[in-house]
Ligand binder design. Structure first.
Ligand SMILES: [Zn+2]
Length: 232
């Protein structure tokens, strides 16, 4: 079974690899990260202003990624990507905090394609307080699993992977944490995510990624995440 799909004109087709399509947004003038839609302070430091904007979803358990270029339809596109799969809510319910099934186990992401050529980004929606079915990676461990799945589905490993805030920027503290851990490219996340964040054996908090683990702690004192323990 194929694992990567392209959504175009309302139709999903199976593709060999995400690689051939993640920069399709550059063919569509409507799909850009617009400076005018951003907070001025964030636009000033954001490295993907003006980049082409494509959107994807990945389910680690189903081993599926779906990608497409939203065009004029900016918001709500992620719901289009998942709507034919079982166990998801229709739009707009899937986006609501009180959703029933939400996005199920799909995590949403955005691919920012650099018109200048190289230096693309994938931004995985991230939020520690989100429900697991919100379509948002609620732990850094899940971000790493999404990175691995995207690599399997053909996303270029050299793409920088950032953790995306709903305003489509990465908060500075997350950029710093990521860089301090050497988590720059998709390939870095895939290679090191388990060592750092695995629920039983990782060295960091699986959720917030901080250095809060110790044998004496049951919970992360920064984000309240409950640590799993091996049963003796
Ligand atoms: Zn934590």
């Amino acid at each position: 079974m194929k694992s990567a799909f392209l959504m175009r004109k309302g139709v999903k087709t199976s593709i060999d690899s995400l690689r051939e399509h993640v920069r399709d947004s550059l063919l569509d003038q409507e799909s850009r990260m617009e400076r005018a839609a951003m907070r001025p302070d964030e636009a000033a430091s954001c490295r993907w202003v003006g980049f082409g904007l494509g959107k994807g979803v990945t389910s680690v358990n189903r081993d599926i990624s779906v990608f497409g270029v939203p065009g004029k339809m900016g918001s709500g596109w992620h719901a289009e990507l998942v709507k034919d799969f079982p166990e998801v809510d229709p739009s707009p319910l899937c986006y609501e905090p009180h959703h029933t099934k939400g996005f199920a186990d799909f995590a949403r992401w955005v691919y920012f394609a650099n018109p200048a050529g190289t230096g693309d980004f994938i931004g995985v929606d991230f939020g520690l307080k989100e429900r697991p079915t919100a379509g948002v990676a609620e732990t850094m461990y899940r971000v790493a699993q999404v990175a691995k799945a995207c690599l399997r589905h053909g996303l270029p490993g050299e793409t920088e992977l950032v953790m995306l805030h709903p305003r489509m920027v990465e908060l500075p503290e997350l950029t710093q944490l990521r860089q301090s851990l050497g988590l720059n490219r998709v390939a870095d996340w895939a290679a090191n995510g388990d060592r750092l964040f695995a629920p039983l054996t990782g060295t960091r908090c699986p959720a917030c990624g901080l250095n809060t683990r110790g044998p004496e702690y049951r919970f992360c004192y920064r984000c309240d995440h409950e640590f799993l323990r091996a049963v003796a």
